[in-house]
Ligand binder design. Structure first.
Ligand SMILES: Nc1ncnc2c1ncn2[C@@H]1O[C@H](COP(=O)(O)OP(=O)(O)O)[C@@H](O)[C@H]1O
Ligand SMILES: [Mg+2]
Length: 256
């Protein structure tokens, strides 16, 4: 489904991703773990072609099509969804209006207003969200956890094929993390072909959404891949063993 080969990405002349590779097949759950500043959010944004980043070389293929030069809306329409690490606030546009517009533009056959409202109401109930939230400006004044739930609400309505969750667990309390995870798991049950890329620091979310593959990302590319056990190893041992002695020295210098 998603194939990234030899991806090199820069921002402000600084190399962020260097020879990054990943292959995600239909129905697979992948997790990427890595320390702060290693390029995880960069990766998620570059997949959606965020113009702030410069792709120096490499290919991003989705269902056999090179999407590297497509605009973000076209990539989203192909079925890639990104739940942002820090969802932005959009004053003056309600979540309901936004979703209705996107769904109307996306669906080949228009779903009726009644069906749309029912679908959104059910999704909100599943996510234990307050019903009035969709009539407020997108994320305006929402708590961190409410913003994250609002991302998953959009996922449920837009029905993507590839879901990228960039630290969806940060800012969620334990109960909300469970609710959000359960919604992702039930989505995957209903959409057999859908795949997920979970970016996280903590194995806890992976207890709920069991990954088929776990990757450790350091310094802009994947250093080790494995199964769920790798996430537990990372939690126990941290990332130091992956760093070269040179990078540990430079970390020390940075801290001093
Ligand atoms: N606009 C920017 N200008 C300069 N550096 C940036 C910019 N955006 C991100 N970076 C740098 O890119 C690196 C990777 O960031 P990011 O992808 O957010 O890491 P992660 O999500 O793994 O914590 C960091 O060192 C960050 O400071
Ligand atoms: Mg990040």
């Amino acid at each position: 489904m998603l194939d990234i080969k030899n991806l090199h990405v820069k921002i402000d002349n600084k190399n962020i991703l260097e020879n990054f590779n990943i292959h995600i097949s239909k129905g697979e759950v992948h997790a990427i773990m890595g320390p702060n500043g290693t390029g995880k959010s960069t990766l998620s944004r570059v997949i959606l072609n965020d113009k702030r980043y410069t792709v120096e070389k490499g290919d991003i293929t989705f269902n056999g099509e090179n999407i590297r030069n497509l605009s973000t809306d076209k990539i989203a329409n192909k079925g890639i969804f990104l739940a942002n690490q820090l969802p932005c606030e959009i004053d003056g546009v309600t979540t309901a209006d936004f979703l209705r517009t996107v769904v109307t533009n996306k669906e080949d056959k228009n779903i009726s207003l009644y069906e749309f409202i029912k679908k959104v109401e059910n999704a909100q109930t599943d996510l234990k969200m307050k019903p009035d939230m969709i009539h407020r400006s997108i994320n305006k004044g929402f708590s961190g956890g409410e913003k994250k739930k609002n991302e998953i609400l959009q996922m449920k309505i837009l029905e993507p094929k590839l879901i990228i969750l960039d630290e969806i667990d940060s800012g969620l309390d334990v109960d909300s993390l469970k609710v959000v995870s359960e919604n992702v798991v039930s989505y995957l049950r209903e959409h057999n072909d859908a795949s997920v890329l979970i970016i996280t620091h903590y194995p806890r979310i992976l207890e709920y959404i069991k990954p088929d593959f776990v990757h450790v990302m350091i310094g802009g590319n994947i250093k080790e891949s494995g199964t769920y056990d790798l996430a537990l190893k990372v939690e126990k041992e941290g990332y130091d063993s992956y760093k070269t002695s040179a990078s540990i020295v430079s970390d020390k210098e940075q801290n001093e």
